[in-house]
Design a binder for this molecule. Structure first.
Ligand SMILES: [Fe+2]
Length: 396
């Protein structure tokens, strides 16, 4: 067992017991303990990993799939301390059924916080509402943030370095604060621990029909959507979204869902589109190796407003953030006979008019004006191309 975390755990237990294990007091006790003895400066991670691999005297390990992986480094009946390793950048937007505090032990993370308003429960495991970003910040190594359970604390952490490691001092579970909803922006909350095995098997079976080229695939999906409840219908549309678009069958299928669910259907369309937009950007990011470019794409994925993006860039890179972003945009651009690309924003060659400027320079000039909130009538088509792409936040 790691002596530092045993000592940290004992201190937290002593302080919490002194206030009769008050749940309301726990986040502050956990945060203070991590700030007084910051693991980022006190823990030798390399030695801890070697010791965990060799020493059999360890706290009870859970079967949790959260973290890549999770190590439990202190265990008590009322709380525990976990180390979470992260190799991929993304964690979904979520709330907690536990409380405490987390601390960035290694790497850094982009932290985004949200509020979910106008909530309309559909089932106990599925809700509709309006998810709104309330703030973003970069958490550098050594930062500590309290966690409260329930819908009052909704967040996501996008880990920027590989690996990033967080220490979490947390309760096991806070009664009455579940489900631990995961949020699909802009309108859906789902319980990730609810298992609807029949629905899961049906979606897997639909994938079999898709991949084996079944001629009646879209017809089968439509017959399901026509009778399924909202929750299962939504997940069926999510599962089949790309395949139906590729087959030119989306509109007809969507119309059946929209007609069946009336006003509530309006929550589903932008959410499904957002899922596909995020998947595309995550896959684009996985093909990029340069650390600064990966940072840029992490911002595009997580921060919807240009002003916020520029503020976060300025916090990490010296100089004018507009110039830094334009430099990355240029490095991520390419031109061919077909047109000009900045990342996945394409401006077709046939729409170029004669002029002295090279097409890429014009595209970058449009992006510059967007970032500076300047308007220029001739930018309209290029601005539309940017707004449909992964760069949409920069023109918002
Ligand atoms: Fe969290």
């Amino acid at each position: 067992m790691d002596a530092f975390f045993v000592d940290l755990g004992r201190r937290v237990r002593e302080q919490w017991q002194a206030v009769d294990f008050s749940l309301a007091a726990f986040p502050d006790i956990a945060r203070t303990a991590l700030e007084v003895n910051p693991p980022a400066t006190r823990v030798d991670l390399t030695a801890l990993i070697r010791s965990f691999l060799r020493d059999d005297e360890q706290p009870y390990q859970t079967a949790s799939g959260f973290g890549q992986p999770e190590l439990v480094v202190f265990d008590d009946p009322r709380f525990y301390i976990q180390l979470l390793f992260w190799l991929d950048g993304t964690t979904q937007i979520h709330q907690h059924e536990f409380s405490g505090a987390f601390h960035v032990l290694a790497g850094s993370s982009l932290h985004a916080e949200f509020a979910f308003a106008n909530v309309r429960p559909v089932t106990a495991h599925f809700r509709l509402g309006d998810l709104r970003l309330t703030g973003t910040e970069l958490l550098e190594t050594g930062r500590t943030v309290p966690i409260t359970s329930g819908a009052g604390s909704i967040h996501s952490l996008f880990h920027l370095e590989t690996p990033s490691v967080t220490v979490v001092v947390r309760t096991h579970s806070d009664p009455g604060t579940g489900p631990q909803f995961t949020y699909l922006p802009p309108h859906v909350a789902v319980d990730p621990f609810f298992s609807d095995a029949l629905a899961t098997r049906r979606l897997q079976l639909l994938d079999v029909l898709d991949r084996t080229g079944a001629a009646d695939y879209a017809e089968v999906v439509r017959s399901m959507v026509a009778t399924l409840d909202y929750e299962r219908g939504f997940f069926t549309l999510q599962n089949c979204f790309v395949a139906l678009h590729e087959r030119g069958e989306w509109e007809e299928t969507w119309n059946i869902f929209a007609e069946k669910h009336g006003a509530l259907a309006a929550y589903a369309a932008p959410t499904l589109e957002e899922i596909v937009w995020c998947d595309r950007l995550v896959s684009l990011r996985s093909s990029i190796e340069d650390a600064d470019h990966r940072f840029f794409l992490a911002l595009l994925l997580n921060v919807p407003r240009a002003a916020e993006i520029l503020r976060l860039v300025a916090g990490r890179f010296p100089g004018d953030p507009v110039g830094t972003v334009l430099g990355w945009a240029e490095e991520l651009s390419e031109s061919s006979d077909e047109g000009t690309w900045i990342l996945d924003a394409k401006y077709p060659a046939e729409e170029e008019d004669e002029g002295k400027e090279a097409p890429l320079d014009r595209f970058l000039a449009t992006l510059t004006r967007c970032l500076k909130c300047e308007t220029e009538p001739t930018d309209a088509a290029r601005r539309d191309a940017l707004a449909r792409s992964s760069l949409r936040a920069l023109v918002a």
